[in-house]
Design a binder for this molecule. Structure first.
Ligand code: SF4
Length: 435
């Protein structure tokens, strides 16, 4: 009998800051690390390496990431030097070498573009692990009710307020085969809804051979995975093609849901943002969508207090919001980011004014959206059950509710992952209650 006892593989903890796109990147790093034999720790304090996957697209996100880095750096194992801190993602991409001078607590910096090298970085800091023979590479680790799948990275639009093109680089569509494999892995693990994300989903395929576009991609996935819901987020107005609307109208498993960031509706502000469109064009777009996809749910995001935004321009935005064209509206105060063109624009508003305008818009959005949600009372809905409250009350999401942003629907029965039929009995602002 051998007296040798197996040494446990080094463990890694990943803390994800920011948006769903970062969650996808963290999941991908975790998969690579597990395939290389590393264990994923449940507790940062126990881990041999802690990766903070940072967000820094606006100042407040950067500050939250810095706080998380300092918190990780103060863990006992970090202080005694027996664990390594790795800063990954958007912050190293945005700040480059400046960061290593500022954050001496970190042992390595891995920008988004180098996250494929994470295994080598971890190995260099905590030593090698035995490759795991028992993790099938084509099955996701654990079932969730929904999963985000990235279809591209980067952005070429250079909206004047946005740091993303500098952080994430130029637009790159991921090949269909990779997206399909990712969806198949999730579906095999029991995931019931796939949320397709990117900085700009509507451009998918532009840079690939073969003339495929987003409509083709969604149709192909919907055909191959008929029992899985598909949802498209972050679709710029130019990406709303008639072909995509037909796929959405024809396929039951493609959510009749569009998330179209408009950011503003005034011509002058949109030009200063380096974006296109105006209120009249957006109204026409919504009319076209509603004619093609009856019952469609619409979400948008808006920025309040862009440099030079006059009272009149703000009022125009407020009036547009009050028309009740959307079911869900995300409102953000303009964030002045160094390195962007808008940073240098005249007419910067003070923080208090921006926050006040954002709050006025949010209140107007709630007042305009609540009746749109209430229109669903009496209508049938299929609900993907996601969990239960402590008292046993089940909740989930209907196709008209995107994960993380649109609230939930309460239902009487079902287990996580079940899709149950209900009739909407009541609504309370964004929450819905099934019979
Ligand atoms: S489209 Fe989105 S990610 Fe691209 S530059 Fe504009 S705001 Fe940034």
């Amino acid at each position: 009998m051998s007296a040798t006892s197996a040494k446990a593989a080094p463990s890694v903890y990943i803390l994800t800051m920011g948006c769903a796109k970062n969650e996808v990147d963290s999941a991908s790093m975790a998969r690579s690390l597990k395939a290389a034999g590393y264990r994923m720790a449940d507790d940062a304090a126990e881990a041999d390496a802690v990766i903070v996957n940072t967000c820094s697209f606006i100042q407040s996100a950067t500050e939250e990431s810095i706080e998380a880095i300092f918190e990780a750096a103060s863990l006992p194992r970090m202080e005694e030097g027996s664990a390594a801190l790795i800063v990954a993602g958007c912050m190293p991409a945005r700040y480059g070498d400046d960061l290593s001078e500022e954050l001496t607590e970190a042992r390595a910096f891995v920008p988004c573009s180098r996250e494929d090298d994470i295994v080598a970085v971890v190995e260099g800091l905590v030593g090698p692990a035995e490759p795991a023979g028992n993790v099938p590479p084509d099955v996701a680790e654990s079932a969730h009710t929904f999963a985000y799948v990235k279809i591209s990275d980067g952005c070429d639009r250079f909206c004047s307020y946005c740091t993303i093109p500098f952080i994430r680089g130029r637009y790159r569509s991921f090949p269909y085969e990779d997206i399909r494999a990712e969806v198949a892995r999730e579906v095999a693990a029991g995931t019931r809804e796939i949320v397709l994300i990117a900085q700009d989903t509507g451009r998918w395929g532009d840079d690939l051979e073969g003339g495929r576009d987003l409509a083709w991609l969604v149709d192909a996935l919907a055909e191959e995975f008929p029992d899985t819901w598909l949802r498209v987020m972050y679709l710029q107005p130019e990406g709303v093609t008639d072909r995509l609307l037909s796929v959405m109208a024809a396929r039951e498993n493609v959510c009749s849901y569009l998330d179209i960031p408009l950011q503003h509706v005034d011509d002058g502000i949109l030009r200063a943002m380096n974006r296109t469109g105006n209120a009249a064009e957006f109204r026409a777009l919504i009319e076209r969508i509603e004619a093609a996809v009856p019952g469609v749910t619409l979400r948008t995001t808006l920025i309040a207090g862009f440099p030079g935004e006059t009272e009149e321009q703000f009022e125009e935005l407020l009036d547009f919001v009050s028309e009740g064209l959307f079911h869900y509206i995300g409102v953000f105060p303009y964030s002045r980011e160094e390195g962007t063109r808008a940073y240098k624009l005249p007419g910067q508003l003070d923080e208090e004014e921006k926050a006040e305008r954002a709050q006025i818009l949010r209140d107007a959005a709630d007042a305009a959206c609540a009746p749109r949600i209430a229109e669903r009372i009496g209508g049938a809905a299929r609900v993907l059950v996601e969990g239960a409250e402590e008292d046993g009350q089940r909740f989930g999401r209907a196709q008209c509710q995107a994960p993380d942003v649109d609230g939930v629907t309460y239902v009487s029965h079902g287990e996580p992952g079940d899709i149950v039929d209900t009739v909407i009995a009541d609504t309370l602002l964004y929450e819905m209650e099934g019979e």
